[in-house]
Design a protein. Sequence first.
Length: 262
Amino acid sequence: MLYVNHVTKKYGKTIAVNDVTFGLEPGSLTVLLGPNGAGKSTIIKSIIGFLKYDGEITVNEIPNKTSEARKILGYIPELPSLYPTLTVIEHMEFIARAYKMTNYKDRIEMLLQRFELADKKKKFGDELSKGMQQKLNLCIGLLPDPDILLMDEPLLGLDPHAIKELKNYIEEMRQAGKTLLISTHIIDSVDMLWDKTIIMQNGEVRANVSRSEIEGQGKTLEELFFEVTEGLEPSSVRATAEEEAQANDAASDADSKGEPEK
Ligand code: ADP
């Protein structure tokens, strides 16, 4: 179990995260939603132990910055930081050795196959396209197979195959009892089997609810998000969505009228 207890992080006078408290249960997928600048990356970087902050974060009751906790925690950053002078396979082997993994060759092969990098093993970091760099970033983060995995906007920059593969992989990890936290500012990207959502805004947690609670209230995630972040009633979000759909229908009717008969 991971606990974030009254965590506050300031950058100079900017309060990036203000008195944030939540817990993550094993075998659950939590979606951390919030507009840009809400504090999502800051809380993730605090959990992983990259930042100094006020408050307390524990992993299975062990402080997060200890070496025992670090073995349990994994992180996939939003932006890849690759070594231009290492090849794809060298990146993977470097991480395997850093984590003192044994028998890692099959696991490396499996990940590179699933994320379509198996034929790019000898390419250097700076020879990869942006999307390939993003996929290598994922493979590096997934390689040590941590019990708790924090993913910061993991779907950004991926092609449809990689998005599908990552969503499948996330579900496999969830089934295997891992604790997963995925941050995103794109609600539409969250169509996988999530269990809980935490909505942040201006550095604070505005909602922390389970999927069954939201569904029990007859709301969609989008409705809850706008209700929480913009103070909109669910009915008005629904109305706006319907108006948008009607406007789109009207636009496509107009388009099709303009098309020549086949
Ligand atoms: P999110 O991930 O939700 O987009 P962040 O955690 O990156 O939000 O940012 C939260 C707030 O902290 C923002 O106001 C951002 O400008 C500020 N911030 C983030 N990183 C830094 C930094 N290194 N220095 C100063 N301010 C920062």
